[in-house]
Design a protein around this ligand. Sequence first.
Ligand SMILES: Cc1cc2nc3c(=O)[nH]c(=O)nc-3n(C[C@H](O)[C@H](O)[C@H](O)COP(=O)(O)O)c2cc1C
Length: 199
Amino acid sequence: MAFKTLTPGAMLCPVPAVMVSCASPNDRPNIITIAWAGTVCSQPPMLSISVRKERFSHHILTESGEFAVNLVGEDQLRAADLCGVKSGRDIDKFAACGLTPVPVPELAFAPAIAECPLYLACKTQQVIELGSHDLFIAAIVGMGVREDLMDDKGRIDLQRARLVAYNHGVYQSLGGAIGFFGYSVAAPDVLARRMQELK
Ligand SMILES: Cc1cc2nc3c(=O)[nH]c(=O)nc-3n(C[C@H](O)[C@H](O)[C@H](O)COP(=O)(O)O)c2cc1C
């Protein structure tokens, strides 16, 4: 099939849309929805978020040097969208969305969002000015999972969280599992067992 070439854009998709919660001594807790987020290192665990300077959250993130990344399930999607179109300059987004801030042991200011499936507590290590966005590279210093998402073997069961993907301007639910890491080379009995477990 031939390609039609287009002006290049940031078309990496799908991506997660996460709610980043932040606070500083001078500001009430705020939430900004972020799609330009990604894992950048596993050992030590690190991630990045890209934030425009004009966002109200930008100065909170810079002043505090920390934030929490909260994963978004279908039940939190409406709130995530609102936190991505309204500014903390104008409203208290925790109150407006009926979300509950909970203290994060590893962080001094930023709360996590109690309703979200999982949070990653982050401490910023580096900020790189790229152009439209500043890239915040952070160490993941803590993590919490909603208790109802732990299975009876003590494993995280994120299938139950009904996580949402952001696909070129559209929010999408994830369909059922269609494979797992290494399934293309798994032995037939392992493949059958694991796929059954994922149903
Ligand atoms: C799905 C979605 C993804 C977004 N991703 C980003 C992003 O990666 N970086 C960014 O700076 N703004 C992003 N935004 C826009 C901000 O979330 C939005 O401007 C928000 O109102 C800023 O809040 P604040 O002014 O309280 O910081 C996104 C918005 C939505 C709805």
